[in-house]
Design a protein around this ligand. Structure first.
Ligand code: ADP
Ligand code: MG
Length: 278
């Protein structure tokens, strides 16, 4: 554990802490490679605690790679390399004395395609992450945690009578909210979401967007989205990524979301947010 770390964030879990403590995330000059192919060039970005930061930009500009670097999933890919720093509340996520599982617990992730364990019950899906992070919880605490996380994910009222049914029996939108509940159960400080609504219908999408706004007071959110209206609706800050042939991805412009959409400074941002390319 690094000495500069915020002590409020290092309280060991036995669950159930009353609420999450959102963490501030900062990327400093992050570069990334797949083999010889450099896909990100010196990306620096501040993702303030308790806010939603959206990452926008055309396909292939490195948004997912950037997200995977933030919670140390990039290093699992054979041939993948990176440079730069990622700080959570000022402490290096990649510090040699920091356990990988600790970084992953503090920085959770929700993917494009909902990925609950389909044969596992709704209840067990929510608690699935606890074992992996070595948290032991009593039965009554577990019941409370399941209800709390499903409530926060905006799913409790729909599944309270079907907690023993398989997760795979839920609709796509419900499965995605189940995945959010599963992420929340380990009390992350940051939640990364990679196009979490792109496989969902408009009603489910709105439901997830509401959930995002409700969650942000206790977990910092970084969301990749191709939907400009969504970025405008849910995010406080927005970063526009771009790559071009032979040039690795980088951030063209970032700032408060209303400014990014209302008065973009770079003509490429203006073209992108107005739907003229990408
Ligand atoms: N596992 C991988 N192996 C090799 N190249 C990859 C891999 N994943 C992504 N890339 C390449 O990295 C670049 C950025 O991809 P990605 O981060 O997925 O972009 P985005 O999420 O913005 O669409 C692309 O050129 C893509 O082809
Ligand atoms: Mg992607």
């Amino acid at each position: 554990m690094s000495v500069t770390e915020n002590s409020a964030a290092t309280v060991a879990l036995p669950v159930v802490r009353p609420g999450g403590v959102p963490g501030g995330l900062e990327a400093r000059e992050v570069s990334a490679w797949f083999g010889e192919h450099k896909v990100l060039e010196q990306v620096s970005l501040d993702m303030p605690a308790g806010q939603v930061t959206s990452l926008i930009g055309p396909s292939g500009c490195g948004k997912s790679t950037f997200l995977r670097i933030l919670n140390r999933m990039h290093e699992l890919i054979p041939g993948a390399a990176l440079a730069g720093e990622v700080l959570l509340d000022g402490a290096d996520v990649y510090a040699p004395d920091r356990r990988l599982t600790d970084a992953r617990r503090r920085i959770g992730m929700v993917f494009q395609k909902p990925n609950p364990f389909p044969a596992m019950s709704v209840y067990d899906n929510v608690t699935a992450g606890l074992k992996l992070t070595g948290v032991r919880v009593s039965r009554s605490e577990r019941d409370r945690l399941v209800e709390e996380c499903l409530t926060k994910a905006g799913l409790w009222n729909e599944v309270r009578d079907r907690l023993r049914q398989p997760g795979g029996a839920l609709s796509g939108g419900q499965q995605q909210r189940l995945c959010i509940a599963r992420s929340l159960a380990v009390r992350p400080q940051v939640l990364l979401m990679d196009e979490p609504c792109s496989a969902l219908d408009p009603t489910s999408t709105r439901r997830i967007e509401e959930t995002i706004r409700e969650l942000v007071s206790e977990v910092t959110i970084v969301i990749v989205t191709h939907n400009m209206q969504q970025a405008a609706r849910v995010s406080d800050r927005c970063a526009f990524f771009l790559a071009s042939p032979g040039v690795p991805g980088g951030i063209v412009e970032y700032g408060p979301t209303p400014a990014m959409f209302g008065s973009p400074q770079d003509p490429r941002t203006a073209d992108y947010v107005h739907g003229r390319f990408g």
